[in-house]
Write a protein that binds this ligand. Structure first.
Ligand SMILES: Nc1ncnc2c1ncn2[C@@H]1O[C@H](COP(=O)(O)OP(=O)(O)OP(=O)(O)O)[C@@H](O)[C@H]1O
Length: 864
C-alpha cells in the first residue's frame, strides 16, 4: 500500500512540476515510511510541509524551476520513466536516491533538462496520462465540474492546474495562487508546458477539457478523436435549429480530408493532402500557395476606362431624399462612398446597369475587403429600387395595385437577404431599418427581431413577430395579413435554411413532422409563449413556426447572398440553391437544381465548360441576384464561372488585402504557459490605453479585444482561465447557450450600435455620437466587472460589424488558411478605424517554420 501510495504521489507530483516532485519524492517516501497514517497523504500536504520551511528548496523550485540545483535533475530522469519509474523508485531502496553516483549521473543530464522535463517528451508519462484519463473516477469528477475551479483535469487551465493549489482548496487549505503566495504568475508557470497546445497530446487533452463542459457530458468527444472521426456527429455550426443534424466542420481542424467536410476554409482540399501508398492521406500543413486560395480573375472585371468615372458622392446618381437623409444619419453628412459603394452606385443603381440579355435580370458580385461598406453598397440600390417600383405601381393604377400577388401566404416579400448566421441576419436587418425609417419599407428578420438598442426602429418587426406568435393561438394557425392594412413585408432577412422553412413549412426536411401532434403532449412548456416546445423548437428563443408554409416567393425580385463564399460553399450550397430554385419556380421560370456534388469543386472553368457536353448549364434566375464577399476562394470563382458566366464582378482595388488601417503584430510564445502569454498581452493593451489616455488628458477608456481560437473547447478553457485571472470575458462558441435566445444580446457591448451620427440635444444643440451613445456603451471600463474580451471561433468572423472599441483582434491559433485569417482579422480596423491584429505563434527556434510561413503569407496580405 505504501508503495502504491508513493507511486501515486509521484505521478501526481510529476504533473505539477517535475522539479517540485523530484525534490519532494524522496521526502515523501521517507514520510510515508515513518507514518502509517500517510496512506491518504496528498501532494498538497507534502508540498505544504515542504513550503513550511522557509527557504526550503522546494519553494524555490516551484516558483523558479530553471534555477534549480544540479541534483534536482533527477526529476527529469524520473520524468522519462514516468509511472514505471515511480514504481521502480518505490521498489528501489530509498538510499539509492542519495547515492553520489545517482547525483552524478543526473548532473550529466542537466544539459538536456529543458527538453526532458517537458512531460510531452516522455512517452511513458503520456501513457500514464492516458490511463488516468480512462480512470472512471477522474472522468466522473471531470463531468461534475461545473466551473473551472472545480474541474479536476490537471491540464485544465495552465498545464499545472490541478496542482496542490486546487487540492488544498478542496481540503480547505491554502488555496492562494502562486502569485498570491508570493511568487509571480509568470514564475508560477515558467518552465511548464501548456499541454493543451501540444500537438502530440492535444486530441486527448482537448477532449478532456471539453468533458467538463455542458454539451459533452457523458459523451465521447468525437470531434477531437482522430480514431473516431468517421462517426457521424450531429452538431450544428451555428448551434441553432437551422443546421441541426449537420456536422460542425468549421470548428473541426482534424477533418479536412473528408469530402463532405470541405468548406470555404479549404477551398482546394485535394491540394492539402498527398497520398502515400502505405499510410493513406497525409495532411500537409499550409501546402496551398497563397495565390491559389483566391481567385486571380476576381479583381479584373471592371474595364479600367469605366472605373475612372465613379461617383464621389452619394448624390450622383441621385438617391431618394428619404434614403439620403437616413444615410447621413447613419454615416454622417460628410461621408463619401467607399470604392465598392461607388462601383455599386454606378452599376447597380443606374438603370443602364448591365442586364442579362437572355433573362432581363442583373447578376452582380460585390467583392471588397472587410469593413469596406458592402452592406450599404447593396442596400442602397436595393432599397431605392424597391421604393421606386412601389411608387410606380401605386401611381400607375392606385386602385388595382396589389400588394401581394400570392395572398394565400402570410408574407410575400419583394427582396430576400441571405446570411450565413442568425447574428449577421439580425445585424443586417438593423442596417436596413436604419436606412428605411423615412421611406417606410418594411424589413423582417427571420431570426426574430432585434431588440438591442433599437427599440423604436424595429417596432414594425416586433409587431410582426407578435402577430406571428398571436397567429399560433388561432385555431387555423394562419397569420393574418389584411390586404393593404396589414404588415406587407418588403424585405426578409435570414439564413437560407430558416427562409426555406418559412417557404416550405417547418419540418419540411424531416420525417418527424408527421409525429408532431403526438409529441406535443409530452413536451415541455416554452416560458415565452406558454406553449409546448418540440423538436428544434425546444431551443429557447426560437419560438415555433407553423408547419404550413407562410412565405410566398412570387414577388421576389431581388436576392442578396451576403458572404456568398460561405453560402455557396459545399456545406451550404444545396440549401442556398434550393431556395433560389424555389423562388424561380414560384415566379414561373423554374431552373434546374442539381444537389451539390463534390465534383463541383473541381468544376471546369467557363471556357472549358462550354466545350464539355456534360458540363452544367449556366443558370439564369428570374430575379436580380447580388452576391457579396470579402474573399473569392477559387471554389466560388469556379462555381460562378460554371453557373453564372455572365455575372458581373465588381471588386475594390484592396480586395484580398487587410484593411489599410489594420496593423499586424507577431507575438512569440514565451515557451511557458500560452494562456499566461495571452493574458500578458491583453494587459499590455490596456496598459497602453491607460498611458495614452494619461498622455492626452482623456478619461481612461480601455479597448475591447476579440480573441479567435480554432476550437470551441479552447474558447471555453481560455475563457475560464482569463476569468480566473480577473479578466471578465464572453466565451462564445457555436454551442453556447447565449446564442439560443433569438437576439444579439449576447454580443452587447461588442457589436457596433447603430445610432444616428448626430442627434439634437434637449436645448437644440448638436450632440456628438459619443455623447448620444446609449448607456451601455459608456458603462464603466473596469475589465473585472464589464467584459472587455470576447473569445470565439470563426463563427463570428463573418460579416459582423464590431464596435470601433474593438481595436485588437488576437489570433491565438494558427490560422487554417488566409481566407479565414482575413475574415477574422477584419473584425477590427473597420470603416477606417485603426486596429491591430496580433498573431500568436512560435516565431523562433525549433518548430517555428509553420509560424514563419504564416507570417510570410500574412505579410503578402498587408496593404501597400
Ligand atoms: N461610406 C462610408 N463612410 C463611412 N463609413 C461607412 C461607409 N460605408 C459603410 N460604413 C461603415 O462601415 C462599417 C462596415 O460596413 P459593412 O459591415 O457593410 O462592411 P463589409 O464590407 O460588409 O464588411 P465585412 O466584409 O466584414 O462583412 C459599418 O459600420 C458602416 O456603417
Amino acid at each position: 500500500m505504501l508503495r502504491s501510495s508513493a507511486s501515486h504521489l509521484c505521478v501526481r507530483a510529476e504533473h505539477a512540476g517535475s522539479l517540485l516532485f523530484h525534490t519532494c519524492a524522496p521526502l515523501a517516501i521517507q514520510v510515508l515510511k515513518k507514518s502509517p497514517a500517510s496512506k491518504d497523504t496528498s501532494r498538497t500536504r507534502l508540498t505544504q510541509s515542504m513550503k513550511g520551511k522557509p527557504g526550503s528548496r522546494s519553494a524555490n523550485l516551484e516558483v523558479a524551476p530553471k534555477s534549480r540545483e544540479p541534483g534536482a535533475s533527477r526529476s527529469s530522469d524520473f520524468s522519462r520513466d514516468g509511472r514505471q519509474g515511480s514504481a521502480r523508485n518505490s521498489r528501489d531502496t530509498p538510499s539509492r536516491q542519495h547515492e553520489p553516483s545517482f547525483t552524478r549521473e543526473s548532473a550529466n543530464k542537466r544539459k538536456s533538462f529543458a527538453r526532458d522535463t517537458l512531460p510531452h517528451a516522455d512517452p511513458e508519462l503520456l501513457s500514464t496520462i492516458q490511463k488516468e484519463e480512462r480512470n472512471p473516477s477522474f472522468r466522473r469528477r471531470s463531468r461534475q465540474g461545473a466551473s473551472i475551479d472545480e474541474r479536476p483535469g490537471r491540464w485544465g487551465n495552465d498545464g499545472s492546474r490541478y496542482s496542490d493549489m486546487d487540492r488544498s482548496r478542496e481540503r480547505g487549505g491554502d488555496h492562494r495562487s502562486g502569485r498570491e503566495r508570493g511568487g509571480t504568475s509568470d514564475s508560477y508557470n515558467t518552465g511548464r508546458r501548456d499541454h493543451r497546445d501540444d500537438r502530440d497530446v492535444r486530441h486527448r487533452l482537448v477532449a478532456r477539457a471539453s468533458e467538463g463542459t455542458r454539451d459533452n457530458v457523458g459523451r465521447r468527444d468525437y470531434r477531437n478523436d482522430r480514431e473516431e472521426r468517421h462517426k457521424p456527429v450531429a452538431r450544428a455550426w451555428e448551434g441553432t435549429r437551422d443546421n441541426v443534424g449537420r456536422r460542425n466542420y468549421r470548428d473541426d481542424k482534424d477533418e479536412p480530408h473528408r469530402p463532405v467536410a470541405r468548406t470555404w476554409e479549404n477551398s482546394q482540399p485535394d491540394e492539402l493532402h498527398e497520398h502515400t501508398e502505405s499510410n493513406g492521406p497525409k495532411k500537409i500543413r499550409n501546402h496551398i500557395p497563397l495565390d491559389s486560395e483566391f481567385s486571380e480573375s476576381s479583381t479584373t472585371t471592371i474595364p479600367s476606362k469605366d472605373s475612372t468615372h465613379l461617383p464621389t458622392q452619394f448624390t450622383s446618381p441621385p438617391l431618394m431624399p428619404g434614403i439620403l437623409s437616413c444615410l447621413a444619419d447613419v454615416l454622417g453628412p460628410k461621408a463619401t462612398p467607399t470604392p465598392i459603394q461607388a462601383l455599386s452606385l454606378k452599376w447597380l443603381l443606374n438603370d443602364s446597369g448591365q442586364v442579362n440579355p437572355s433573362s432581363g435580370w442583373k447578376q452582380f458580385l460585390l467583392a471588397s475587403e472587410t469593413g469596406s461598406g458592402k452592406s450599404i453598397a447593396y442596400l442602397l440600390p436595393l432599397l431605392q429600387n424597391l421604393k421606386q417600383s412601389e411608387l410606380n405601381a401605386t401611381s400607375s393604377s392606385p386602385q388595382e395595385a396589389p400588394l401581394h400577388t400570392a395572398p394565400q401566404r402570410a408574407l410575400n416579400p419583394r427582396a430576400l437577404i441571405l446570411a450565413p448566421t442568425h447574428e449577421l441576419a439580425r445585424q443586417l436587418s438593423g442596417f436596413a431599418k436604419a436606412l428605411l425609417h423615412e421611406v417606410k419599407l418594411r424589413v423582417l428578420c427571420a431570426s426574430r427581431a432585434n431588440t438591442k438598442n433599437t427599440k423604436e426602429r424595429d417596432a414594425t418587426a416586433r409587431k410582426m413577430v407578435a402577430q406571428f406568435d398571436a397567429s399560433l393561438d388561432s385555431n387555423n394557425g394562419e397569420f393574418e395579413v389584411k390586404e393593404r392594412s396589414g404588415f406587407p413585408v418588403d424585405i426578409v432577412v435570414g439564413t437560407p435554411m430558416k427562409l426555406l422553412e418559412m417557404v416550405r413549412g417547418r419540418g419540411w426536411d424531416r420525417k418527424e413532422v408527421d409525429n408532431e401532434e403526438s409529441e406535443e403532449k409530452v413536451d415541455e412548456i416554452d416560458e415565452m409563449t406558454g406553449k409546448p416546445r418540440r423538436g428544434r423548437d425546444k431551443m429557447v428563443g426560437f419560438g415555433k413556426w407553423r408547419s404550413k408554409p407562410e412565405m410566398g416567393l412570387a414577388n421576389v425580385e431581388w436576392v442578396v447572398v451576403d458572404e456568398s463564399d460561405v453560402l455557396f460553399d459545399p456545406d451550404f450550397q444545396s440549401t442556398t440553391r434550393q431556395l433560389l430554385a424555389d423562388i424561380s419556380a414560384a415566379r414561373g421560370h423554374p431552373v434546374p437544381f442539381t444537389p451539390y456534388s463534390p465534383l463541383a469543386l473541381n468544376a471546369p472553368s467557363a471556357s472549358s465548360a462550354t466545350t464539355s457536353p456534360s458540363s452544367p448549364a449556366p443558370i439564369d434566375y428570374p430575379f436580380n441576384l447580388i452576391l457579396t464577399s470579402a474573399t473569392i476562394p477559387s471554389a466560388l470563382a469556379s462555381y460562378l464561372d460554371t453557373h453564372h458566366p455572365k455575372l458581373m464582378r465588381l471588386a475594390s482595388p484592396n480586395l484580398h488585402h487587410l484593411p489599410k488601417t489594420l496593423q499586424t503584430e507577431y507575438y512569440n510564445w514565451s515557451g511557458g504557459n500560452k494562456y499566461a502569454d495571452i493574458e500578458r498581452r491583453i494587459r499590455r493593451v490596456w496598459a497602453e490605453d491607460s498611458s495614452m489616455a494619461g498622455l492626452h488628458g482623456r478619461s481612461e477608456e480601455l479597448s475591447k479585444i476579440l480573441i479567435f481560437c480554432n476550437k470551441s473547447s479552447k474558447v471555453e478553457v481560455l475563457g475560464a482561465y482569463l476569468e480566473e485571472k480577473g479578466i471578465k470575458n464572453i466565451a462564445l462558441s457555436s454551442t453556447s447557450d447565449q446564442r439560443k435566445r433569438g437576439s444579439n444580446h449576447h454580443l452587447d457591448g461588442f457589436l457596433r450600435v447603430s445610432v444616428p451620427w448626430e442627434s439634437t440635444g434637449a436645448d437644440g444643440e448638436d450632440v456628438s455620437v459619443a455623447e448620444a451613445a446609449p448607456e451601455t456603451e459608456k458603462i464603466d471600463s473596469d475589465p473585472k466587472s464589464t467584459p472587455h474580451v470576447m473569445l470565439t471561433t470563426s463563427l463570428l468572423s463573418r460579416g459582423l460589424d464590431f464596435s470601433p472599441s474593438i481595436r485588437h483582434v488576437f489570433i491565438v491559433d494558427e490560422p487554417r488558411n488566409m481566407i479565414d485569417f482575413l475574415h477574422r482579422a477584419g473584425r477590427a480596423g473597420r470603416a477606417g478605424e485603426r486596429g491591430k491584429v496580433v498573431i500568436f505563434g512560435k516565431m523562433k527556434g525549433r518548430g517555428s517554420s509553420s509560424a514563419k510561413d504564416v507570417r510570410k503569407r500574412v505579410g503578402s496580405l498587408v496593404s501597400q
